[in-house]
Design a protein around this ligand. Structure first.
Ligand code: GUN
Ligand code: ZN
Length: 427
């Protein structure tokens, strides 16, 4: 049995912090130790309280160790779409993103890109990802295989899309169903992998395909469902035109049984009160994608309003509409999006969100998102003085909250010293 102790300053949240004063919401240990056996955290305590017999001790002092970051919405086949010169969502999809995704029909190319993609996530401190693959089963196969080889927790699914997309990027209602079914049988629950049934969005699925997605969802209640909702005004108008019987965009997904507690709805920006109520009733999870929403000019996610309606929001990069793999940069841009609406994201809440908060949104709390004994040993080691500018700022820091806010506002992959996936160093 492999035994390892990580010695560092340790921070882990017990629940969502209510305010910047809510220090009971987390455990912070100045000279802490994590005892890890076979990829699982067995103890989270003062270093001096741990039994170090037979254990390799890795000393990360003075750095801060937290649970690895969780990215709840990004696109595997869009690593080379980032920074494409497009106006807004539909032009960006048609002119850059769809042509790029056609390249993922080639399994050898997918295997190369899967390695690059998961290397990038580790370099940015992300240890769990919920990713869209391309329409090709081969792309999901490659990503699952690479994640399994790294013992990484990953949720993905082949995108279902049978219209309004170029040749080479469409399935059919039947092949989308059959490929998804086969992929679920092969990968869902294997190692740390999970399958997300993935109708891309209403515009690219016919009613027949939505029925196929509905059948898959009913047959696999423990699979996640992921799609896009209410990101952009032109997208909303076209979706409602394509589904004239639905009362609004949200109702399209509701009619096909796609709204439930393990449904992840990317963007969810321009929602009516009726739609917010319907999402809350279903327990579906909106996903805030700040860098993408700013980059594509999509709009401002109203976190407070959705939370006020009882929704649990996730947060994500949305690579490649998003512009950074870093969940720290995502927090920085998210902070600004909320500022523009008179809302604030204090650092305790921010770091809870990208760790335990996203785990709760995924229904995976208890496995990931904290450092508590029994959790999987996915960790990120952070240096808030990683750049000269950060070091200067930190010279004036007065404690943990300032350190976290420096990471939140100025941090990116340069602040990530090391990432551990199931106890194994991966950066
Ligand atoms: N809506 C449908 N597909 C996509 C996508 O790939 N990215 C974003 N941002 N929105 C979408
Ligand atoms: Zn997306």
């Amino acid at each position: 049995m492999e035994r390892k102790i990580i010695r560092a300053r340790l921070l882990s949240f017990l629940r969502e912090p209510l305010s910047p004063e809510d220090r009971d919401s987390f455990r912070y240990i100045e000279d802490g130790g994590l005892l890890i056996e076979d990829g699982i955290i067995r103890a989270f305590d003062e270093f001096t309280n741990l039994d170090a017999a037979g254990a390799e001790v890795i000393d990360h002092r003075p750095y801060l160790v937290m649970p690895g970051f969780i990215d709840t919405h990004l696109h595997f086949p869009q690593t080379q779409v980032i920074a494409s010169w497009a106006a807004q969502l539909l032009d960006w999809l048609n002119d850059y993103t769809f042509p790029e995704e056609t390249r993922y029909s080639d399994p050898a190319f997918c295997a190369v890109m899967a390695r690059a993609f998961l290397d990038l996530l580790a370099a940015h401190g992300t240890t769990t990802a919920v990713a869209y693959a391309s329409v090709h089963a081969a792309s999901a196969e490659a990503l699952f295989a690479e994640a399994l080889a790294r013992n990484m927790r990953l949720i993905t699914g082949k995108v279902m899309m049978d219209r309004n997309a170029p040749d080479g990027l469409r399935d059919t209602a039947q092949t989308g169903y059959d490929d998804t079914k086969r992929l679920i049988a092969r990968w869902h629950g294997k190692g740390r992998l999970g399958y997300a049934i993935t109708p891309r969005f209403a515009i690219t699925s016919t009613p027949a395909q939505m029925e196929a997605a509905q059948a898959l969802a009913a047959e696999h209640p423990d699979c996640h469902i992921q799609t896009h909702l209410s990101e952009n005004h032109a997208e909303i108008a076209l979706s409602c035109e394509l589904y004239p019987d639905a009362v609004d965009y949200t109702d399209i997904y509701a009619r096909y049984g796609l709204l439930r507690e393990n449904s992840l709805l990317g963007h969810a920006i321009h929602l009516s009160d009726r739609e917010i109520g319907a999402l809350a009733e279903a327990g579906a999870k909106p996903v805030f994608c700040p860098t993408s929403n700013l980059y594509l000019g999509s709009g401002l996610f109203d976190d407070a309003k959705l939370r006020g309606a009882g929704l649990v929001n996730a947060i994500a990069t949305d690579i490649g509409g998003g512009t950074s793999y870093s969940m720290l940069t995502t927090l920085a841009e998210g902070y600004k999006v909320l500022q523009l609406q008179g809302q604030r994201m204090h650092p305790y809440r921010a770091f809870h969100w990208i760790t335990r908060g996203n785990a709760v949104a995924l229904g995976l709390e208890g496995r990931i998102g904290t450092l508590e004994a029994g959790s999987e040993a996915d960790l990120v080691v952070l240096n808030a003085e990683a750049t000269p500018a950060m070091a200067l700022r930190m010279a004036r820091a007065r404690g943990l909250m300032d350190e976290l806010f420096t990471l939140q506002v100025m941090g990116d992959d340069r602040a990530v010293v090391q990432t551990y996936v199931a106890g194994v160093g991966r950066k």
